[in-house]
Design a protein around this ligand. Structure first.
Ligand code: ATP
Length: 359
């Protein structure tokens, strides 16, 4: 297991700055996700780790060894990309063996390693098949075996599941996690899919415009976004402008159109009294009641509701009746479907779920 250290990496394509001083350390054995909107620099960073791009400045180390200028084939990384690119004329076993043959390993060792790699992704029984006789998920397992068989120092995955349907994606998500943990592989995984990242990552980084915006566990990034951009990019949220009335370390009382709300100030951020802030309130953090709730409570009316069985999505109109705030609210085990049981409700949010962001 090795750590991957990225120090102040800058990469330009002509006048386009794709990476703008990225620094982060990925711990040995960590399953680390890179997330961000299209064009934020995820693929450029991954390709720099693989050695396909040389940074204009900054450095990359694997386990303390500087590899910034080392050729891709000497870095010993395993790679798996969007298109699995299996050779159609070779069997599954031959596809997996290919990288080892290129390295000149002996026949017996190749056979042993191919067998073990295919078994680790539960494809041992299909070693003789050709790729076109495999399902998308099976092809992806072969691609994973091919990345693992070279015993890479780290595994680089670029949208590895984007060609699969929803059900297979779910299955392969946990499969990739299982395999990475079993092999103790330091893995860097690029995806657009936030659910994939939230459910599989040990830690994740959110990038935008070639800059690192936030780094943390899925829980930290989702529950304690440090900026409006991250709050909106990961999950859904409601934003309310407000002014800080009082503040203490880690929390603030904010005047908003819904009344006064107590919220948390993310670590390392500040919200001094008198400052203009934005409050982020996720739809599932607004709870509906028939009776008023004192702390962080407010009255509202349910506008539209969409029923999904286990949950419902409401539009809650609250605050000033003439110019109400429209809040998205997710209710689990729904009781308050528009009209049924009355549409006037009381809502509240736990102060821990009200995130105060500086503007
Ligand atoms: P996506 O999610 O769409 O794949 P990304 O976050 O992976 O996007 P990158 O592919 O890393 O983004 O691109 C970062 C920026 O660098 C973009 O503005 C892109 O247009 C630019 N870029 C990437 N590769 C090249 C290249 N080979 N030549 C010129 N510009 C490039």
């Amino acid at each position: 297991m090795i750590s991957v250290e990225i120090k102040s990496v800058v990469k330009n394509f002509g006048t386009q700055r794709a990476l703008d001083g990225i620094s982060l350390t990925i711990e040995p054995g960590e399953l680390f996700f890179l997330l961000g909107p299209s064009g934020c620099g995820k693929t450029t960073l991954l390709r720099s780790l693989a050695g396909f791009y040389i940074p204009d400045s900054g450095s990359i180390s694997f386990g303390g060894e500087d590899v910034t200028r080392v050729e891709p084939h000497l870095r010993n990384t395993g790679m798996m990309f969007q298109s699995y690119a299996l050779w159609p004329h070779l069997t599954v076993g031959e596809n997996v063996a290919f990288g080892l043959e290129m390295r000149g390993l002996g026949r017996a060792e190749i056979a042993d390693r191919v067998k073990a790699a295919l078994e680790s992704v539960k494809m041992g029984h299909l070693a003789e098949r050709k790729p076109n006789a495999l399902s998308g998920g099976q092809q992806q397992r072969v691609a994973l075996a091919r990345a693992l068989v070279v015993r890479p120092r780290c595994l680089l995955l670029d949208e590895p599941l984007s060609n699969l349907d929803a059900k297979l994606r779910l299955e392969m998500r946990s499969e990739i996690r299982r395999v990475c943990k079993e092999f103790g592989l330091t893995t860097i995984y690029v995806t657009h899919d936030q659910k994939e990242a939230l459910s599989v990552a040990d830690r994740m980084a959110v990038l935008d415009g070639g800059k690192l915006l936030q780094l943390g566990s899925p829980l930290e990034v989702y529950q304690r976004p440090k900026s409006r951009f991250v709050a909106e990019f990961i999950g859904e949220t409601n934003f309310l402008p407000g002014t800080v009335l009082r503040s203490s370390p880690g929390s603030a009382l904010v005047k908003t159109a819904l009344g006064e709300l107590v919220g948390v100030v993310p670590e390392g951020e500040s919200a001094p009294a008198g400052s203009a802030v934005t409050v982020s309130l996720r739809p599932e953090c607004v709870h509906l009641e028939r009776q008023p709730v004192e702390e962080n409570g407010f009255a509202g009316t349910i506008g539209e509701s969409v029923y999904y069985g286990e949950s419902a999505q409401h539009t809650l109109l609250a605050g000033d009746e003439k110019a109400p705030v429209r809040l998205k609210v997710t209710e689990f085990n729904p009781r308050f479907l528009g009209g049924r049981g009355g549409s006037d409700v009381y809502a509240w949010a736990d102060p821990d779920d009200v995130v105060v962001l500086s503007r």
